[in-house]
Design a binder for this molecule. Structure first.
Ligand code: 8YV
Length: 304
C-alpha cells in the first residue's frame, strides 16, 4: 500500500456507494490492484473505460474475469512462484494435522483432559504406507509432491493432461484416481472449469479411510456433499484451508471435531505476503513504465 500510495494516484473502492464512486472516478482509472474477495467481472471492468491492467494479489485469480479482460485488451497479472513453497508447507501441515488428529489432541491437552483422563486416544489414521493423489499438479502441486515423497508417500496425480518429465502416475479420471488413493489433496484453481469437481461420487470413491485436503479453492469441492460424506463416514476426515463461501464456514463443519479447519492461511506469512505484494506492485510499475507485465496470466499473454 505504501508503494502504491507513493507511485500512483490511488482511489480506494468503498464498500458502500460504489456506483456513485465509479461514476465519478471510473473514467480516470487505468489500473486496478485487487486481492482477497474482491470481484472484478465484466460489469465492473466495463465501468472503467480506460482500464489497462488488473493486478491480482494472489496466484489464484478466479475472482477476475480474465477471459473478458483478454477480449477487451486488459492485461491481468497474478503472483505465481513467490508463494509456492509457503502454500506447500501449509498443505503438509494440514495433512499431518488431519491424518494424526493433532488439532483435537491439542484441544484435549488445553482442556486439561490429559491430566484428568490420561493419554489422548490413538489416531485411527496414519500416513504410513499411504498413497496421495494430487488434483492439479502445477507449481504448488509439485512442491507438495516433493514434500510427500520425503515423507515416504506414494504419489499420483490428476489434471487436464499428463505431464512430461513427471515421475508420478497420471489418471485421466478423477474418480478412478480417488478409488486408488488414501489421501486426495486438491490444489486446483477455482472458476467454472473446476466447479464442484470433487463431488459425492469422488468422495465415495475416496472411501471410509480416505482423507481430503483442500488448499486450492473452496468452489472445487461440493461442500454440501462433503458435509454429508463426513457425517455419514463416507470418508474419514478432511483438512480444509479454503471454503465455498469463505469467510463463512458452515456450522455443520464447525460441529465436527475430527475435521481440521484453517482460515485460508496457505500463503499467510509476513515473508510471503510481502513478496506477493511486491510482485503485484512491480507488475503495475513495469506496466506503467511501458515495459509490459511481469507475470501475466494465460488468458492475457504478453507480448500480444
Ligand atoms: C491469498 C491465495 O490468501 O494466492 C492465492 O490464490 O488464495 C492466497 O495466497 C489471497 O490471494 C489473498 O488475497
Amino acid at each position: 500500500m505504501e508503494q502504491l500510495e507513493a507511485n500512483f494516484t490511488l482511489h480506494h473502492l468503498p464498500a458502500e456507494g460504489r456506483d456513485a464512486f465509479l461514476a465519478e472516478v471510473g473514467p480516470r482509472i487505468r489500473g486496478v490492484a485487487m486481492g482477497g474477495h474482491a470481484k472484478v467481472d465484466g460489469a465492473f471492468m466495463g465501468k472503467l473505460p480506460k482500464l489497462e491492467i488488473v493486478a491480482n494479489f494472489g496466484v489464484g485469480y478466479d475472482s477476475v474475469d480474465a477471459k473478458w479482460a483478454g477480449e477487451h485488451k486488459i492485461v491481468v497479472t497474478n503472483t505465481p512462484d513467490v508463494l509456492t513453497e509457503e502454500v506447500a508447507d501449509t498443505a503438509l501441515g494440514l495433512l499431518l494435522m488431519t491424518a494424526r488428529d493433532l488439532s483435537r489432541s491439542e484441544r484435549y491437552l488445553r482442556a486439561g483432559l490429559w491430566e484428568k483422563q490420561g493419554p489422548f486416544p490413538l489416531s485411527t489414521s496414519t500416513l504410513r504406507d499411504k498413497t496421495v493423489g494430487i488434483l492439479a499438479l502445477g507449481r504448488i502441486g509439485k512442491a507438495i509432491a516433493t514434500r510427500c515423497e520425503a515423507f515416504g508417500l506414494k504419489i499420483v496425480y490428476h489434471g487436464r493432461s499428463p505431464q512430461k518429465d513427471v515421475p508420478y502416475r497420471y489418471y485421466a479420471s478423477l474418480v478412478e484416481m480417488a478409488k486408488d488413493v488414501d489421501i486426495l489433496i486438491s490444489v486446483a484453481p477455482g472458476g467454472p472449469d473446476t466447479f464442484h469437481i470433487v463431488d459425492a461420487e469422488v468422495l465415495r470413491a475416496l472411501g471410509p479411510a480416505g482423507i481430503l485436503v483442500n488448499i486450492g479453492r473452496g468452489s472445487v469441492v461440493d461442500e454440501g456433499a462433503l458435509i454429508s460424506a463426513l457425517q455419514n463416514k463416507v470418508i474419514h476426515s478432511a483438512g480444509l484451508d479454503v471454503f465455498e463461501h469463505e469467510p463463512h464456514v458452515p456450522s455443520e463443519l464447525m460441529a465436527m471435531d475430527h475435521v481440521v479447519l484453517l482460515p485460508h492461511v496457505g500463503s499467510g506469512s509476513v515473508h510471503t505476503r510481502r513478496l506477493m505484494g511486491q510482485l503485484m506492485v512491480d507488475n503495475l510499475t513495469s506496466w506503467f513504465a511501458g515495459k509490459g507485465p511481469l507475470t501475466p496470466v494465460s488468458e492475457t499473454p504478453w507480448p500480444r
